[in-house]
Design a protein around this ligand. Structure first.
Ligand SMILES: Cc1cc2nc3c(=O)[nH]c(=O)nc-3n(C[C@H](O)[C@H](O)[C@H](O)COP(=O)(O)O)c2cc1C
Length: 196
């Protein structure tokens, strides 16, 4: 049996330049890197996709950027998603991305297995007092029930995001920074167990 080091992909369900969730995902990448876990940050703004439309799909199939992002997911064994909260739910950007990727088929017509073969962990960040926690309650069933993904039960929220980070981009609250590190390390261990 071959043993592969886990690789973690970090991305956020917001493409906004000043996104608090991109900041969280970038911090995750830095923490992973500092702890010897190979990691990548990806910005969904670099993978624009049209809003899912069945007629478009019929005509042209999934957009190239869905295929590119799926390929990026495939070269990682663990995936952390920072999930912004829009009206107590998932952002359209994140849902659209997950939906398009779920429509990818191999040349022999098989559905992509990328969701079922990675381990996921979730976090969120918001200027509000709950840190966007309710978005996680919306994203989790999409991944688990809709896409058959394994999602760690642990999750991480950063409330009052405007004031949560120091000048180096670390969380001012040291206990929170340690909790985030513990979640990333658990994700790496789980990805290693799943992939060997
Ligand atoms: C349409 C919309 C709905 C929102 N609803 C919520 C909400 O229910 N709870 C919350 O904490 N923040 C809510 N917000 C505020 C977002 O959490 C805030 O804009 C956050 O910065 C978005 O994430 P980002 O910084 O990663 O782009 C909402 C923002 C928008 C634009």
């Amino acid at each position: 049996m071959t043993s592969t080091a886990p690789r973690i992909l970090f991305f956020a369900g917001s493409a906004r330049e000043g996104s608090h969730n991109k900041r969280l995902a970038k911090l995750g990448e830095r923490i992973a890197d500092a702890n010897g876990i190979p990691a990548t940050f990806a910005d969904l703004g670099d993978y624009p996709m049209p809003l899912y439309d069945g007629d478009d799909e019929e005509r042209s199939g999934p957009p190239d950027n869905a295929r590119k992002f799926e390929a990026l997911m495939r070269v990682h064994t663990g995936i952390f998603i920072a999930c912004p909260e829009y009206n107590a739910s998932i952002t359209p950007l994140l849902k659209n991305t997950l939906d398009w990727i779920s429509r990818i088929r191999s040349p022999d017509g098989q559905k992509t297995d990328v969701y079922k073969t990675r381990v996921f962990a979730l976090g969120s960040s918001s200027p509000g007092g709950m840190g966007g926690l309710r978005s996680l309650n919306a994203v989790r069933p999409v991944l688990e029930l809709g896409l058959g993904a394994l999602v760690l039960p642990d999750q991480f929220a950063v409330p009052r995001a405007h004031d949560a980070y120091d000048d180096h981009g670390h969380l001012k609250n040291k206990d929170a920074q340690e909790s985030f590190k513990a979640l990333i390390q658990k994700l790496a261990r789980a990805a290693h167990v799943l992939h060997g």
